[in-house]
Design a binder for this molecule. Structure first.
Ligand SMILES: [Zn+2]
Length: 420
């Protein structure tokens, strides 16, 4: 890992980490989280301790089962040094990314290495017991495939497409999934996986975290991750950390008004960005031009697809040069870009990463977003601004959810609010 994301930091979330160590042991765990594998001599040089003191602390962590010796490092002239790493037998972490119509789920060891992964359609209009119950079945299926017992599931990170009170782990007035309001997601998973520490966050926050830990967002201190799918949302990394705001709703840009005379949004307001430019809006405009004959290509697709169209069809029509399809994608890109321009002026990110299912519609959308941002932002804010599609695809969410759990897994005994 090229950057230290695992510094001892104050955990203001109110969550208590399940694994507590003393402050000396924490120094070693912190170095191991940052570097993966280190030698005993590296520990003495990082900590400034005597060999005897380092050996004593290492022994204590080995006895607790938190640390193991693995292989040998490069010799500096004498014996090859034994390398230490966090014990991957300690347990497993599950990352879940619940989208409006699709869910991704992955299991990783405590170093974040993904060992099992599943994906399938879902529907968040259903009751939470139904969607989360299916997640529990998939966790059990992955655990069996990996030879893991439920007691070895140390943590579950869950991303959901709505506003999350992070400290409580519940959705608050979620427009896309009203049946989930205040549902105790942590308690639900604790019933099946009592050893698991459960963290719940907004889906775009975990995608931003995934981009930072495993994507092109590594070493980027200020960036915005935009998810364009059934809804539109933003995850904000400020000074290398997720910015959730005072109540957890930072980045909920889908409900910024772009047209006071626009259509009704799922949130009850009029003309929100999401109602005008996200997946369902693109599909509804495509249906209109297919049915009224403005787009011969989409008309043909509509007939071939049995009366339904998807956002990907609009992209296919764009590639074939269909003007009506191009106008739909450009309009969406323009509206998203106009809102992003305001964010760029306000926040001055160096990068904007665009992900989510609608990002698959291709470059016409990206070109329109870029043009709108460059036209409407101040030159100083765009001088070094990079706007591109995330290359992580569906991995961003699950990898971010796993990282979120790992960030809260270890803390200092005397002060459990200091996570390692
Ligand atoms: Zn809205």
């Amino acid at each position: 890992m090229s950057k230290d994301y695992s510094a001892v930091t104050s955990n203001k979330s109110g969550l208590i980490a399940p694994i507590l160590v003393d402050s000396a042991e924490a120094e070693i765990m912190r170095a191991l989280r940052r570097q993966g594998r280190i030698s005993r001599s590296e520990i003495t040089s990082i900590t400034g301790w005597s060999k005897a003191k380092a050996s004593q602390e290492i022994r204590s962590l080995v006895n607790k089962g938190l640390l193991v010796e693995v292989g040998e490092g490069v010799s500096q002239g004498g014996r090859k040094p034994g390398l230490l790493r966090i014990n991957t037998q300690l347990g497993y972490i599950v990352g879940i990314d619940i989208g409006a119509i699709n869910l991704q789920i992955a299991m990783a060891d405590v170093t974040g290495l993904v060992v099992q992964q599943r994906s399938e359609p879902t529907d968040v209009h259903l009751r939470p017991e139904s969607v989360l119950g299916r997640c529990s079945e998939l966790i059990t299926e992955m655990a069996i495939a990996q030879g893991v017992t439920p007691a070895q599931i140390l943590g579950i990170g869950v991303g959901v497409p709505g506003p999350v009170d992070f400290a409580q782990g519940v959705l608050v007035a979620p427009p896309l999934m009203p049946k989930w309001e205040n549902f105790r997601i942590r308690g639900f998973f604790k019933e099946t996986f009592p050893s698991a520490f459960v963290v719940v966050d907004n889906d775009v926050n975990i995608m931003a975290l995934g981009e930072q830990r495993a994507g092109d967002g590594a070493n980027v201190d200020h960036f915005i991750f935009i998810k364009i799918g059934t809804g539109i949302g933003a995850g904000i990394i400020s000074n290398g950390k997720i910015h959730r705001g005072s109540d957890g709703s930072a980045g909920d840009i889908g409900h910024i008004c772009v047209d006071k005379k626009g259509p009704l949004c799922t949130c009850g307001n009029i003309g929100c960005l999401e109602a005008m430019a996200a997946g369902p809006a693109i599909v509804s405009k495509a249906m209109e031009v297919a049915q009224n004959g403005t787009s011969p290509i989409l008309s043909k697709m509509l007939k071939l697809n049995g009366g339904v169209l998807q956002a990907e069809d609009v992209n296919t029509a764009c590639r074939e040069g269909d003007q009506a399809a191009l106008d739909i994608i450009r309009d969406s890109g323009q509206m998203i870009g106009d809102v992003l321009a305001g964010l760029v002026n306000f926040f001055n990110p160096s990068h904007i990463f665009i992900g989510g299912r609608i990002a698959n519609v291709g470059n016409h959308l990206l070109v329109a977003i870029r043009r709108a941002v460059l036209q409407r932002s101040l030159p100083l804010a765009t001088a070094h601004l990079s706007i591109k599609f995330s290359r992580m695809g569906p991995d961003a969410g699950v990898k971010g959810a796993i990282a979120l759990v790992l960030d809260h897994l270890f803390a200092i005994k005397d002060n459990p609010h200091l996570v390692i």
